[in-house]
Design a protein around this ligand. Structure first.
Ligand code: AMP
Ligand code: MG
Length: 317
């Protein structure tokens, strides 16, 4: 099993590195006019679909027996009126080193239909987490995780705009590592040592629709923290905590009953936990990644450096 996880983590890292380079190239070529084009022709759509094609294809070659749950499918590329974007995605995939025919690109994207569940192994992928951040040229992430029997066992986060570009990765029980985009400079990462509630640095979404700001303000007041929250798109927030740059990431549903997609958290959770952090839902329950495409059995997210976790949960209850 441990050899299998090493093999999987290596293949996952190679796949995320290639997809991250592809996203970076699409973003570099994007003009401000492109960024506001209508959604199905926007560069973020091209990068999103190319990223899923690249990761899916790489995983299918390295680990063909493990199915993939991807956020995207190829429907935005199908149909006679989609030739322009279809060609753009094929070009973006080719630039990343995979010369694939159009049909193979579509098939690779559509391979990501796995429904998840509590038994067996599957990958879960967000090909671009933080699409709004991508368009603003701020933070976004390529997020890939391996879930085995409902538990995340390995994860890789490609963060092309974090500290000049970083890939973070972790396998359960082996610690978390950050490296540069080209794979050099790999080093273990570790959460902060902050243990006083008043010193907690909070990270939250840039998009106010994604998490209840009022809830984080009232929590901050109860904890006695005065620092302004760090607002950042995507799972780069988990990377920030895993490297000691913030101590709490809070996500409170804006509507009762709204649950989180598993690909928005799986990679970040194992990386943060392996860096010494802790992640539960708002009620202190462990996250259950075996409930399908969403975290159906959990309410919101509390991710911390571990040291302040109990104090945060107490302040929430
Ligand atoms: P973030 O950049 O942390 O705000 O997270 C981006 C992710 O938020 C996207 O990948 C979406 O899946 C997710 N998202 C979209 N709408 C909502 C919502 N209303 N509540 C929570 N998450 C959302
Ligand atoms: Mg996402």
């Amino acid at each position: 099993m441990s050899n299998q996880i090493d093999t999987a983590l290596r293949a996952m890292t190679v796949a995320v590195r290639a997809a991250s380079a592809c996203c970076r190239a699409v973003q570099a070529a994007m003009t401000d006019a492109d960024a506001v084009r209508k959604d199905d022709l926007s560069p973020v759509t091209v990068a999103d679909l190319a990223s899923q094609a690249i990761v899916s294809r790489a995983l299918a070659e390295a680990l063909p027996s493990i199915p993939l749950m991807g956020e995207e499918d190829a429907s935005p590329l199908r149909g006679g009126d989609r030739a322009e974007i279809r060609a753009a995605v094929v070009r973006a995939v080719a630039r990343a080193g995979a010369e694939l025919a159009e049909e193979d690109v579509l098939a690779a994207i559509d391979r990501g239909t796995h429904a998840g569940g509590a038994s067996g192994a599957f990958f879960t992928l967000d090909p671009i987490d933080g699409t709004k951040g991508f368009l603003r040229r701020e933070q976004y992430a390529v997020a890939l995780a391996l879930v085995v029997d409902g538990r995340v066992t390995a994860g890789v986060l490609g963060c092309p705009n974090l500290a000049g570009g970083r890939i973070l990765s972790a396998a359960r029980g082996r610690g978390a590592v950050a490296e540069e985009m080209n794979g050099s400079g790999a080093a273990r990462v570790r959460v902060s040592g902050v243990n006083r509630s008043a010193d907690i640095r909070l990270a939250e979404s840039v998009e106010s629709a994604h998490s209840d700001r009022g809830a984080s303000e009232s929590l901050a007041a109860r904890l006695g923290t005065s620092a302004a929250p760090v607002r950042m798109d995507s799972q780069a927030k988990y990377a920030l905590l895993a490297t000691g740059g913030a101590d709490l990431y809070l996500r409170t549903p804006t509507k009762p009953g709204r649950t989180e997609w598993i690909w928005d958290h799986a990679a970040g959770v194992v990386i943060l936990e392996e860096a010494g952090g802790r992640v539960t839902d708002l009620d202190g329950r462990a996250l259950d990644f075996g409930a399908g495409r969403r975290l159906e059995r959990n309410r919101g997210i509390v991710a911390t450096n571990g040291l302040v976790h109990d104090a945060v949960l107490a302040a929430l209850s």
